[in-house]
Write a protein that binds this ligand. Sequence first.
Ligand code: RFL
Ligand code: PHB
Length: 390
Amino acid sequence: MKVQVCIIGGGPSGLMLSQLLHLQGIDTVILEKSSRDYVLSRIRAGVLEHGFARLMREAQCGERMDREGEIHHGFYIAHDGKLDRVDLHKYSGGNSVMVYGQTELTRDLYEARDKIGGKVVHNALDVTPHDIASDKPYVTYRSGEEVIRVDCDYIVGADGFHGVSRKSIPQDKITEYERVYPFGWLGVLSRTKPVSPELIYAKHERGFALCSLRSQVLSRYYVQVPLTDKVEDWSDDAFWAELKHRLPAEVADKLITGPSIEKSIAPLRSFVAEPMRYGRLFLAGDAAHIVPPTGARGLNSAGSDIHYLYEGLVDHYKKGDDKGLDGYSQRALARIWKAQRFSWWLTTLLHRFPDRLPYEDRLQSTEIEYLFSSDAAQRSLAENYVGLPY
Ligand code: RFL
Ligand code: PHB
């Protein structure tokens, strides 16, 4: 097989890039190691920046998102028995976020690829990039007993944190920065009416909690748990009881509980690999960087990578101009590090850190008090939450 761009990974990053390039007449194939059903069973992001929503429309995949997604102009932070609202609209100059699940968005992207005959190979095993430092790179994968070779001009590694792409770059050509947090998030999806029309992030002495949603009949809740906890340790009843503990009484009283339809634990990690290019291989999305989910930046940061890479590839193929590709890593990383900073800051503000000094706990409370006493601080929070421009 020969294509212009071979994309490894059929998550939102790979699908979005493939769809955008296809619309420009640039030929791609996606090699995805899992089945489509498996990819669509993962429950992940819920909050999209307006920039990501714009990208969905540009990819001609925004129709259902615009019909079913919810525009949110603010969210709440519960702390010290209070419920303070962050007015995103007021403090970000009229911007907002879109609440629309990653699962739905991924389904929309797959359906769009189907409609225009996009090539997506599922269950592609042992995907391996070759000769990435040469100008004739290729990728091999296995389907049953058969090994298939894909020749291409460029390879895009959009295969998530555990993928093969980043690992195929020589170790002395890449620097990795990492922080692993001493806790995870236990998440529950339930077919119940959300407790609040807007998200509630809760800081509590027992640990962080988040009330989110996918629609007015589908709720998504999280509680901070130690890394040693297993999903099997948490019955639905234990989860609801813990969540109620961490919410202000007036919210807990209104919480409607029900059976969980998904329950999982995600560890929290900050991670950046630099640079995001080696030879003819470009990294994008979670393959190059991870944030703790607190700031809702992960998928949104993947969106800005895809935007920059798309522009670079279009300039290369349409104008013979390589400035965009040559500047991709630097441009993408400038925004990525700001998302890292914001996610680290919000995580630090809202979680309980087991080994922290009492002094640091007081600073944490003071930081929240300062936030809600200062227009400048709320403006900074809002500007980052709705997404920095790209
Ligand atoms: P993905 O989604 O991990 O997709 C990578 C794909 O590559 C495939 N793959 C391979 N394919 C071929 N060969 C290999 N060797 C391969 N190895 C892996 C995988 O099967 C997969 O299909 O990466 P991508 O596309 O870069 O997308 C990133 C987002 O998924 C991620 O950043 C977000 O989900 C993060 N995130 C959130 N982001 C937001 O912007 N807003 C949110 O509200 C938000 N909430 C969240 C989140 C992530 C969470 N978890 C579970 C980590 C909430 C949670 C709980
Ligand atoms: C979610 O709905 O899954 C979600 C929302 C906001 C976050 C993280 C996750 O910050």
